[in-house]
Design a protein around this ligand. Sequence first.
Ligand code: ZN
Ligand code: ZN
Length: 269
Amino acid sequence: MSKIKICEENCEKNNIKLSLFNKISKIFCNLLFPKGIKCLLCGRDLSKVQEIEFCENCFKKLSNFRVKKLCLKCGDEINGDGNFCLVCKGKPRNFEMARSIFKYEGEVRKLIVKFKFNNCPYMSETFGALLANYYKETDWEIDAVVCAPMSIKRKRKRGYNQAELLAKSFCEKTGLKFLDILIKAKDTSQQSKLSYSERQTNLQKSIRIVNDVDLTNKNILFIDDIFTTGATADICSLILKNKNVKKVYVLTLAHTPLQIPTEKGLLSK
Ligand SMILES: [Zn+2]
Ligand SMILES: [Zn+2]
């Protein structure tokens, strides 16, 4: 065998060894320093795999509701004396209690808009984990989870119902059962000119329960992305209670800041 031939064979063997080494080191590298796992807010690579995909700095930036005095019913921020916000004082709610993790403003608002409108369903993993962590600190005893329904037309247009993704991710992390039982027959998004009660009537007409699951004496958790006036949560709670549900709790990612009742409905301050 010529020297050149031997040399070529050795080179080939070395190349195979090298590429194997490269592959193995790449696997280890990816485990230690995963590529493509980025902070959902600033986009920087995260140094490790983590359930909540925010870097430490960005996580601190997200406005948090927990330090404030909250309405005992809807979880809105309240100033001064009393235990309830103006809305809950004026109107009994059908849910037991509603809580949100964040205030719907600043970076939180940007993130949720991205999640809803920029085809980013994967963000539900981080948000679902945040909701699950929040839930684990409450004393709510929940039997099953539902989500705010979306009309088929709207879901087709967007590609997904963000509330459903949140609820499913939440259930994966808590082990609770997701019930896909609420449906919305008609899109009611274009009703900003209507009063609060007109909006509620419209919602009530468009939402219904489709499955014959026995909900008697169950405690249900209703999950949505944003709590604005609480109209959707309220109507869904009423529909569930008409099916003999015992209590409905509401958990959302964010709550629009302080609501002020006006003749036309609610205005954000
Ligand atoms: Zn970041
Ligand atoms: Zn309230």
